[in-house]
Write a protein that binds this ligand. Sequence first.
Ligand code: NAG
Length: 407
Amino acid sequence: MLLLPGRRPKLIYLISCLACLVFLFRLFIAKDRGPTTPPPRILLVSAFYRSPNAKHSDYAYSRWIERYLGQITTDIYFFTSPELEDFILEKRPSSFPFYLNTTFATPFSIPPLHGLEAVYSKQQHDLDPYKEKHSPDVYAVWNGKPYFVTQAIQNLERQGKVYDYVFWNDAGSFRDDHWYTEWPDPRRVEQVWADVAKLQGRSRSTNIGSDLVFFPLTGIPSAGHQKWKEDDGPISDAFSQGSFFGGTPSAMQWFSKTFYAYHDHYLSKSLFVGIDQNVFNTLFLLFPDKFIAMDYSDVPLMDIDLYGACCWRWWYYHFWFGDEEGGEKVREMWRDKLKDVREGKGNLKSEQAKLKVWEDTRWSFLWKEDLVPSRERSAPVRLMTTLLKKQFGRTWTPPKRHVHVDL
Ligand SMILES: *[C@@H]1O[C@H](CO)[C@@H](O)[C@H](O)[C@H]1NC(C)=O
């Protein structure tokens, strides 16, 4: 009897210890199992219309589209003209989800651009500083993107198919060999939007939940645009990339309505709207709270210098949104290329020169073994407001808006 009072505390101690261990064990197991929610459902939207003034050859487009439709297993909604139906269909393996829409014979047949052929061909083309390179039908394909995205969402909703994130992706964007299959990686997309939520928690200026539109950026407009006003019109600085953008279905509805409101407004003022990116740029300044971005200038310099000369810069978002496995394959490819460069194989003069610059730099010895980029080292997701304030000053506020957007 005398032993009991002494034992009880020990027993309690033992039991709580056990409970503690079970708790820790469960915590550990739960962590190990990874996310328990299903991955977000993702839709890609693209279009291809043949232009007599296309920038690239038919053969090039054919190869690029093959690398996209033939390899990416993600659900894709695709607009093209009726005569290209077979050409497109043969590039898509029948086991990959695919929705082909041939309702529009040309991009001028879509409602927002109906009847604009004449004004695009004369007035708009004359306003284009790069008019030798561009043609009115190319403006129409570019300016059709936001409409195509919302139509894909609506048409699939009618069939009972609902997505968490919808992205526009240029049909010709996969120009080089790659190993991505499920792209963008749903878990990576989830992580990017989760990172944004954390950033929003810290910044009081943004408070609009998840209805944000993502864009990869190729630069930030020059400081001279600090005083840009709505009626100054489209901004032609290297800023937005038009080849890829997206967000939740409701974010994309907002984006499309806002894009065409400004497109029509600037067109009515005889300003140049032929290049979609220039109009996107104005939306970034007018509605910075609505946009998030991957800013290419965040990517470590050494990642860029060696491989960024042409393609990687523009297509870096492939890697950024890719899964670990595909990214590892890309890194392998880069490593092989690096080896070739070191061994002086092939016609790699310019790469050799770049490698020499790297190896001559003070810190390069640290990176010798692993000169190739990893996603962990790549750019973080950014709030557009943060990027613009960094460039224009902390007191910068978005210009006043007068254009009515019928939401
Ligand atoms: C193709 O898209 C148009 C515009 O959204 C739509 O009206 C039409 O029903 C679609 N066609 C099919 C077969 O889904």
